[in-house]
Design a protein around this ligand. Structure first.
Ligand code: PNS
Length: 162
């Protein structure tokens, strides 16, 4: 039986920490579907289409078992549609734990057949967040090393237009 996982997130934008988790998850599962939450209430800087495209470019060399798509609604429904039995999330520090625990329990309450699997973020990316990367980019700072190159270019273009 093939093991399928979804890796859901806002990815506004994808960071190197996300990319590292996606790379490791892709080697753990037969198929990995990266899900970009299309939620305008979170007022994302990048559109869902842009986020899907940029993640696609960033994971292009990961192999054919990785795909990217936008979703809205419940993550467990996205997992069901994808035929996934697992939700992958990255944990950076203890501060992530409480919210992630709550989400994992909520998702398990909603769908007993879907389990959440946590991967510890790589140590060198433990400080990173999408919010900080956006802030650095907004003020013209260098975000190379914080986000994949296609994302760095997109952020620069976005904030130049602003
Ligand atoms: O990258 P983020 O913002 O930490 O990702 C959060 C995300 C998208 C995984 C979470 O908000 C989510 O699952 N949203 C979909 C709605 C949902 O399923 N809510 C109930 C479970 S918490």
């Amino acid at each position: 039986m093939s093991r399928v996982a979804v890796f859901p997130g806002s990815f506004d934008p994808m960071t190197m920490a996300h990319l590292d988790v996606a790379r490791r998850a892709a080697s753990l599962f037969d198929r990995l579907v990266i899900g970009v939450l299309n939620n305008s209430r979170k007022r994302p800087v990048l559109t869902a289409d842009d986020r899907v495209r940029l993640i696609g470019e960033s994971v292009a060399d990961f192999g054919a078992n990785v795909s990217v798509e936008a979703f809205d609604g419940l993550t467990v429904e996205f997992a069901r549609r994808s035929g996934a039995g697992f939700i992958v999330r990255g944990l950076r520090a203890v501060s992530d734990f409480e919210a992630e625990l709550q989400m994992a329990h909520t998702n398990r309450k909603l769908a007993l057949q879907v389990d959440t699997v946590f991967l510890m973020s790589a140590l060198e990316f433990g400080y990173l967040s999408s919010t900080l990367a956006k802030e650095v980019a907004q003020f013209g700072g260098d975000v190379s090393g914080m986000v994949p190159p296609p994302v760095a270019r997109a952020l620069a273009a976005h904030f130049e237009r602003d």
